[in-house]
Design a protein around this ligand. Sequence first.
Ligand code: FAD
Ligand code: SF4
Length: 285
Amino acid sequence: MTNTLGEYTSIIVARSTDKEILEKSQDGGIVTAAYIYGLENGLLDGVVVADTEKGFKPVPKIARTRAEVLSACGTKYSLSPNMSVVKDAVKEYALEKLGFVGTPCQVIAMKKMMQYPVAFRQTTGNISLIVGIFCMENFPYNAMKTLIEQYARVNINDVVKTDIGKGKLFVYKKDGSDPIAIPIKETIPFEQKSCHVCMDYTSEFADFSTGSVGSPDGWSTVLIRNKRGKDFIDKMIAAGKLETQAPDFEGKIGIPLLEKLSTDKKTKNAKEIEHRIEMGLPVPY
Ligand code: FAD
Ligand code: SF4
């Protein structure tokens, strides 16, 4: 099927059956569950993750154990240059079955690299799974820090998690207190400008893509896009690693909302692209 969500063969609503993964992950723990399943069953021998360093700053790493994957779960709404560690993973760690997760722009970069592997010739055959995450926008790290410190009045070193949903950016602290909410309209000026010319919401070129939109709280929408993605997800379900429920193709918060948000992003950003071209400005995408 092809539509505003790109090509996919099926959609499922799913979540991990592992309580620890569910507790630590952002949504239904699909990425973490897939990575751990892959590592523990010989489908993957290493995975690229976005961990954090001091100040909740995203940093790409290669994880090879359950503990390393769990330590990096959760969404960071700032750029984590996950592509930058792919070559090291193959050349220095000698990984042959690498899992990769990225935002739509990173998945596109990965697929381009696989098509035209100039500097990555010995790398591309070693990518065994590409998981894409949905993405409306990203924030430069310093912009996110400003939002958290000046709007939420939270020291960036005390942050344990951030989440965007229901029209708000929620900031969770390490002390377990209630999250502080920043209305999304306050965050708009802080968005990464290149995100305003981005035409992919659902990681259309991944093996499978996942995000929270389209599913009940704590569950994830999964768009399965090709045979590799289907085989991987089927194996996880057969092994009892994922539970699933039928997607809601009718209700307002189900798949129609996912389609609406994707269409809205493409329509708005297509106008911005036109505007930038008319003004003679670069369109970095
Ligand atoms: P987890 O099991 O928690 O695993 C998440 C994985 O993603 C981890 O391996 C982690 O290391 C990696 N990761 C975290 N941050 C980044 C990053 N910045 N770059 C690359 N990899 C990363 N979902 C929606 O439904 N709608 C949205 O509009 C939306 N916008 C997003 C914007 C951004 C910038 C990002 C990074 C994610 C966004 N998501 C959005 C995706 C959503 O927040 C979850 O990441 C997704 O649902 C996966 O959840 P999970 O429980 O399966 O992930
Ligand atoms: Fe990348 Fe597009 Fe997301 Fe911006 S909106 S981080 S360009 S995928």
